[in-house]
Design a protein around this ligand. Sequence first.
Ligand code: ATP
Ligand code: MG
Length: 556
Amino acid sequence: MAEEKSLNFIEEIVEEDLKSGKYKEIVTRFPPEPNGYLHMGHAKSICLNFGLTEKYGGYTNLRFDDTNPVKEDVEYVDSIKEDVQWLGFQWKNEYYASDYFEQLYNFAVSLIKKGLAYVDDSTAEEIASGKGTPTTPGTNSPYRDRTIEENLRLFQEMRDGKYKDGEKVLRAKIDMAAINMHMRDPLMYRIKHAHHHRTGDKWCIYPMYDFAHGQSDSIEDITHSVCTLEFVPHRELYDWFIKSLEIFPSHQYEFARLNMTYTMMSKRKLLQLVNDGVVDGWDDPRMPTISALRRRGFTPESIREFCNRIGVAKRDNLIDVGLLEFCAREHLNRITDRRMVVFDPIKVVITDFPEGKTEWMEGENNPEVETLTFRKIPFTREIYIEREDFMEDAPSKYFRMTPGKMVRLKSAYIVNCDSVEKDADGNITQVNCSLLPDSKSGGENANIKVKGTIHWVSIEHAKKAELRLYDRLFTEANLDDAPGEFKDYLNLHSLDIIPDAYIEPSLLDAKDDDHFQFIRKGYFVLDRKHSSSEKLVFNRTVTLKDSWAKELKKGE
Ligand code: ATP
Ligand code: MG
């Protein structure tokens, strides 16, 4: 599936590090904060981190970056694990940054002892204004020169809960005139009397991201710590902590985050959509989350192929969501069984087919596989076809059903359209056709040239099912650059429900998450959440029409 590709820049670094003997094996990690469901951006990071150790050996850890007590939840932890595994990856160790709290505390104590950290009583505002600006240096805090003993005592008291939130912080003692603002005595610990989903009420001080992340990498012997570009300015501090603590030298490498057209990748904003009821949950099939894409019918293979195709960039860019849809079509075309489903029926009577007779047709399941298999499709005198596949007064180039012309019924006969019946108001109630004898596949007349082939279902055997057709959740391609708020661009017609479509009976055997191609209509999946034995619900993953393939051609 994947063509030979040149190495991405992180692979180049890894190959170099293995060749030079800098590392004997490489260790990566995927470090989500459990404060929401994973989205496509995370899929990109997962494919990169796990992809490296799949390719070069070594292993990848799953580390929950759960240093922020208030926003995190077990529900998110469970969904993250499910999503990573569903994508087809297995971590070696499941770790929690919160498991390192004691060790991180000891690291902080050792920095205090080296004279490299101090307790600051300044308010948040004082600290902010003391930081200076990118063009003017900051000013030293009046607490910067506390003795080591005093700092050790105060830090212990912070841990013991002697102070209220915000009363004190622990800061690294670096350089208030550093060009990099992150090096101007950054915060290491803050006081937060909050319950943590794993450590409970054991701690009332919590490490800041910069003091937790690199140290956690180092504790786990991570060789290549891959993150997104916004962390470039943090790298100097990442290195400073590791060097000052004299611990395992993990290194940070940054790549461009994935942005996709017509959607946004931010757990915070996606949570807003959930909380505001704009969507019916994190896994609403219109969301860019992995769980939503799964429900929508995207396959892990198609998501991995997408991540592979977009590569690993060093500069931010915007990827056309059409490429993801293209990857889905390509995979689904190869793996899905074909089925016939009529969305909006019109009745057709085959007047020369005996009443009460059922003829069982052989329908090819999937023409793309080497060993063809077939299903039985009942054919009877009365069938439904798609309303849009019939036209009474058709132009000469119309190749579907129209009086006086022949059309092929998929997997069945060629029929001639003879006449139309209408009610008093002139609405078409029925179309009458007659069979071309021996025109089934293999029959004498099967090869007669007929331009159109249409799908159908036997009225007697058809079952009803609900179809959900999705459109993009937003009307604007580049939400990041659009003026106003993302909510101004919600597409109010992103969900179209067809409550009673007619499905061929073999679809009654569909199981949760089974994928199909509904002939001429698109790829569908049985919705695991809303289907019941009384009512099957199918989500449309993508239509068959492929605008992306055309784009690719144009670019050639
Ligand atoms: P969000 O802003 O949506 O909360 P985040 O970066 O805060 O995203 P984390 O849970 O902290 O989410 O991220 C886990 C890993 O996934 C990090 O290494 C992060 O860099 C990576 N990641 C997050 N979003 C993207 C993205 N859009 N593209 C690529 N990688 C991403
Ligand atoms: Mg985050």
